[in-house]
Design a protein around this ligand. Structure first.
Ligand SMILES: [Zn+2]
Length: 445
């Protein structure tokens, strides 16, 4: 791979140790890494003009269920709380197979790419009709996004008092064996890795205590990360108190689910003791503000978490509970919700942008990403602030979160261009959308 010179940016937002913002600067990408950042750089390679643009590190999405792009705005799930919403959607999801999983992943990841995301996690916890984790891994590789797929699972079906239908749950020994298979086949622990696999039983209410414990042991043995849903809403807390006799934080701690190799989605209902536990153990949080609004789950105590030193990142969550997948939109919503809760000075636009970039890289254990500095991976989002949305803005960096634009002009991942002039260039997106709509029609069937 050669060099790419990004020239004459209005501002480069570095997210480095002193959060430097460089006006009128250039950025040189070489062999998948950032080679240099500063004024008047030179290169014999390709030149990308960034006049009128803000350049940021690529955004990092730490929670998604990509397959759900096939079940957006489903009438029966539009106005339900979490448990009722799940019960409406499970039977539809049970009809999916490998093609649905692959195509829906491309749609979800393309949507993320266009909204500034260069690294995404995914939480796939059901494998109906022969679907496998690699259906999503291949989709991400084709599009060119850095991918952290997690091998999710559900094992307690309706007949055992669980929430999902029996057809969507798996035997626990089969789950653990498939976790081993996908980690061995696809996990790359190296610097600049484009694929890191995690282990991710769906939630405390859909798997057994034993599986939670065994998953943690396996993840530590393999040196991979752990992910699940935790403390999402009041129903979730009640379930934990009734079934396990303790709050979710205690449950997680008892089963090995705290530590810097663990991140939990939502955490809307963490109490002060749990926030302290997460800070002490360096456990990460994927904050999903739009999903929390959509399902009426509440406002996560992000201000308190950040002040206590908890690592917080953003997630769009699945497209059945958002139903959009705009990562820059999540940054804006995260900022707005903290202000609803704590006042107008509770979160600045720049802090929201930091959570969306550096915060995500920290939660996913990626010190090689999330910062624009020599030696870091060449994951870069270029936002054109010379157009309509930011017209009249006095502060182009804050404008990204306060005004827009809602989509990137260019996006580079590992130095490879994924979005050019607002269009995805690595896959035939119109055709993917057409296939997705055909598959959705079949599910509605
Ligand atoms: Zn989720």
């Amino acid at each position: 791979m050669g060099e790419i010179l990004i020239r004459g940016a209005e501002v480069i937002v570095t997210m480095d140790g002193t959060r430097r913002e460089l006006k009128g600067a250039d950025l040189l990408l070489r062999d998948g890494q950032i080679a240099a950042v500063g004024p008047r750089l030179e290169s014999t390679g390709e030149v990308v003009e960034a006049k009128g643009c803000v350049v940021t590190p690529g955004l990092v999405n730490t929670h998604h269920h990509l397959y759900q792009t096939l079940t957006r705005a489903v009438p029966g799930g539009q106005d339900a709380l979490l448990f009722g919403w799940l019960q409406t959607l499970y039977p539809i999801w049970a009809k999916m197979g490998p093609e649905e999983i692959r195509v829906s992943a491309q749609v979800g990841l393309a949507e993320l790419a266009l909204t500034g995301c260069t690294t995404s996690s995914d939480h796939l916890y059901m494998y109906p009709n022969g679907a496998r984790l690699e259906d999503t891994i291949h989709a991400a590789a084709e599009l060119g996004l850095r991918f952290h797929p997690t091998r999710g699972a559900m094992s307690i079906g309706e007949s055992d008092g669980g929430l999902p239908p029996d057809s969507l749950v798996e035997r626990e020994d089969a789950i653990l064996n498939d976790c081993i298979r996908v980690v061995d086949a696809f996990h790359d622990a190296g610097e600049g890795s484009m694929c890191r696999v995690g282990i991710a039983p769906c939630s405390p209410f859909s798997v057994s205590r034993e599986l939670m414990r065994d998953a943690a042991l396996l993840a530590r043995d393999k040196g991979v990360m752990l992910h699940t849903h935790l403390a999402e809403n009041d129903e979730d807390i009640s379930y934990s108190l009734e079934q396990f006799g303790c709050r979710p934080g205690q449950y997680a701690e008892d089963l090995g689910w705290t530590g810097e190799d663990v991140w939990h989605a939502h955490c809307v209902k963490l109490d002060a003791g749990e926030i302290d536990l997460f800070a002490r153990t360096k456990t990460g949080v994927a904050h999903c503000p739009c999903s929390n609004c959509r399902l009426g789950s509440g406002i996560a105590p992000v201000r308190q978490m950040r002040d206590a030193g908890v690592k917080v990142a953003l997630g769009v969550d699945g497209s059945a509970s958002n139903d959009a997948g705009s990562l820059i939109g999540e940054a804006r919503m995260a900022m707005l919700l903290q202000r609803v809760q704590n006042g107008a000075d509770a979160m600045a636009a720049r802090e929201a942008l930091e959570i969306a970039t550096l915060g995500g890289a920290q939660v996913l254990g990626r010190p090689d990403c999330g910062v624009i500095a020599p030696g870091k991976r060449a994951d870069v989002a270029i936002w054109d602030v010379s157009g309509l949305e930011a017209a009249g803005a006095w502060d182009p960096v804050a404008a990204l979160v306060l005004c827009g634009p809602p989509k990137v002009k260019h996006l580079f991942v590992e130095g490879r261009q994924v979005v050019r002039d607002g269009q995805v260039v690595t896959i035939d997106l119109p055709r993917v959308i057409e296939t997705q709509n055909r598959l959705a029609a079949r599910l509605m069937g």
